[in-house]
Ligand binder design. Structure first.
Ligand code: PAF
Length: 280
């Protein structure tokens, strides 16, 4: 496995397989790999002749007071795990190279980023869309793989790809969970043992919404309130939002007619965790 840090070199390296008709798959990450990342890489391995994983903790998607500085990092461990999964190339640029002095061009995806996490984290999706657009131009993938846990991020990137006519297939990978249902996230590391117990309530809340939906409940307010109740019954939790939205526009729904996504964000201790499920 090769490690590249220079943007220009990465662009040149990507040129050759493309010209030879080989498929490049990209898995964009912020590192500190867990099984969720490794599953994205395994899917990328199956989809691409050349599998590139980018590893970059992107400062523009963190707001003031968020955890950019403390975000967990362990390059040696990441390199070992990626090599085990069969990654061909890790692209790990510096912040200075990605955002040199004078940088002032950003990608804004408008409507789908307004609500949910976009409301609580202004500028977050502008940072995500910008870095992903840059990575697409640097790595030149045919296929890019993203986790469905960050559902709003996936919708945002799909929208950007469509709106800017980028010739890239965006593939979502189902959420990978701990045996007790907690969605894997690098931020789970911030949980104390007691908070880790309370964090189970996120997936339990989604299960509650799904069970009610299966039993015929279609009022979004009822589904959201019941899910919220499951979380609020646990100590250490502070709900940011529980929302029932259209799967593509992410507009909040009153009534679930043709499927929906139930999305939630919850502070458990100092960790802000997100999760979601689809109502078919
Ligand atoms: O999901 C993430 O890890 C990040 O938001 C991404 C897509 C790598 C962009 O920095």
């Amino acid at each position: 496995m090769e490690l590249l840090t220079e943007i220009r070199v990465m662009q040149q390296v990507a040129h050759e397989p493309r010209a030879a008709g080989r498929t490049i798959a990209l898995v964009p990450t912020m590192g500190f790999f867990h099984e969720g990342h490794l599953s994205l890489m395994r899917l990328g391995r199956a989809r691409g002749d050349l599998l590139v994983v980018s590893l970059f903790v992107n400062p523009t998607q963190f707001g003031p007071g968020e955890d950019f500085k403390e975000y967990p990092r362990d390059l040696d461990r990441d390199l070992r795990l990626a090599a085990e999964v069969g990654v061909d190339l890790i692209f790990e640029p510096s912040v200075e190279a990605m955002y040199p002095p004078g940088f002032q061009t950003f990608v804004t995806v408008e409507e789908v980023t307004r609500g949910l996490c976009g409301a609580a984290r202004p500028g977050h999706f502008r940072g995500v869309a910008t870095v992903v657009a840059k990575l697409f131009h640097i790595v030149k993938p045919h296929v890019a793989i993203f986790g469905e846990k960050d559902y709003q991020q996936l919708v945002t990137i799909r929208r950007m790809v469509r709106d800017l006519n980028l010739d890239i297939e965006v593939v979502g990978h189902p959420i990978v969970r701990e045996p007790d249902g907690l969605a894997l996230s690098s931020r789970n590391l911030y949980l104390s043992p007691a908070e880790r117990v309370s964090a189970r309530s996120l997936s339990q809340a989604l299960e509650r919404a799904k069970a009610l939906y299966r039993a015929g409940e279609r009022q979004a307010a009822v589904l959201a309130a019941e899910a919220r109740g499951v979380i609020e019954a646990q100590p250490h939790t502070r709900v940011d939002y529980v929302a029932v939205c259209d799967r593509e526009t992410l507009e909040p729904l009153d009534e679930v007619k043709e499927g929906a996504v139930v999305a939630l964000a919850v502070f458990v201790g100092r960790a802000r965790l997100i999760d979601n499920c689809l109502l078919p």
